[in-house]
Design a binder for this molecule. Structure first.
Ligand code: M6R
Length: 362
């Protein structure tokens, strides 16, 4: 049931404030973050290996920044199809964490089985609690996104990020890396996030306007730095999946190592950059793009918009959130850009060609 929306994807994007709120209620207590038993003892874990495919992999890649920056916990991330055949050594002290919306992705399941007798613990973050990946894990944490039907993952991604951030915060507290003030600041921001998301949904019209222009492009680049780099990758995946436009993402700092050769007036460049500690660096990358005629669509907050100057082609202005929460909030404009570009192109948004919702064969 599309509940009055034209597509499941539109419905699932719009549902995010309420599913995020459910997910937060499931994990947040008055005095902290509650995990189901047997819990996770982050004082005993020395490193984390995270494995997944597609959008779930980008959730893991985002979480790597969180675990490393907030908790000082080293994280290795990999796509399951590489991990399973590379057969990497798993050293003592390693916990393995698998992220999958369906819980049935063949490569992710095979990667989990590879880790079975090698990792100290096997954890899963899933949307389907009775899935194979959940059943074969020591602990499966549900993301509480509700059924996701659109092939392009939207609400599952933000709910995966939510659970992964809560885990990173747990790890940070357990490892004595987070001051109570900083913890409270992040948790307060998280509690407010469903409302912030709701407010950000009213950017829909502006984003649809940008998307109608993007729909004319043959190639689109996405750039991000730090926490915004994995999200740039996710934005490019979403766009190519449903609009069939070639989209690629790069870490902003990689631009001058090759991809800048692609830039001309026909290549729109979507830059995801809240006004954080890395913003100035990204602005200078943006200027390099604009100096070569590239059209920059900047997704940022009010401060970033004011600092970016007049030459930016389009600005999508997001509400301000604590820096660590930006990837969750900025997933929304990435999803809406892909959605409206696909609508402008007239492609099949919910059932894009050649793709299946659940990839149960390799
Ligand atoms: O069910 P899973 O989370 O394991 O699926 C992983 C990928 O197949 C999935 O995220 C895919 O990349 C989506 N179509 C992305 O929108």
């Amino acid at each position: 049931d599309k509940a009055g929306y034209k597509h499941f994807m539109a419905k699932e994007i719009a549902e995010q404030p309420s599913v995020l709120s459910n997910a937060l209620n499931a994990y947040l207590t008055d005095d902290g973050i509650a995990l189901p038993d047997p819990g996770i003892d982050f004082t005993k874990i020395e490193r984390l290996t995270m494995v997944a495919c597609g959008t779930a992999y980008y959730a893991c890649f985002t979480a790597k920044y969180w675990f490393e920056q907030l908790a000082g916990l080293p994280v290795e991330v990999d796509v399951a199809s590489e991990f399973r055949y590379r057969e990497p050594p798993i050293v003592p002290g390693t916990a393995a964490l698998f992220v999958s919306q369906s819980g049935e992705t063949a490569d992710t399941l095979a990667a989990l089985r590879y880790c079975r007798d090698k990792a100290d613990h096997i954890y899963a973050v899933v949307n389907v609690p009775d899935s194979s990946i959940a059943r074969e894990s020591d602990l499966a944490l549900p993301i509480h996104a509700g059924v996701e039907i659109g092939v392009a993952s939207t609400k599952a991604f933000t709910c995966q990020l939510n659970v992964l951030l809560l885990l990173a915060l747990k790890a940070a507290v357990a490892r004595g890396k987070l001051t109570p003030d900083r913890r409270d600041e992040i948790l307060t921001g998280l509690r407010a996030l469903p409302g912030t998301f709701n407010a950000a949904l009213d950017r829909d019209e502006v984003i649809a306007g940008v998307a109608r222009k993007l729909a004319e492009a043959r190639d689109i680049l996405f750039l991000g730095r730090g926490l915004m780099y994995p999200l740039a990758l996710e934005g490019a995946l979403k766009l190519k999946e449903i609009s069939y436009i070639h989209a690629e993402a790069y870490a902003s700092g990689e631009l001058k190592h090759g991809p800048i050769a692609l830039i001309d007036k026909h290549v729109p460049v979507v830059v995801m950059a809240p006004k954080d500690a890395l913003f100035e660096k990204t602005v200078s990358n943006m200027q390099e793009v604009m100096a070569r005629g590239g059209k920059v669509c900047l997704i940022t907050d009010a401060e970033g918009a004011a600092a970016a100057g007049q030459d930016v082609w389009r600005v999508i202005q997001m509400p301000k959130v604590p820096d660590v929460l930006s990837p969750i909030l900025y997933a929304l404009p990435a999803q809406l850009l892909a959605y409206h570009t696909a609508i402008a192109k007239g492609t099949d948004v919910d059932q894009p060609r050649n793709l299946a919702k659940s990839v149960t064969v390799e």
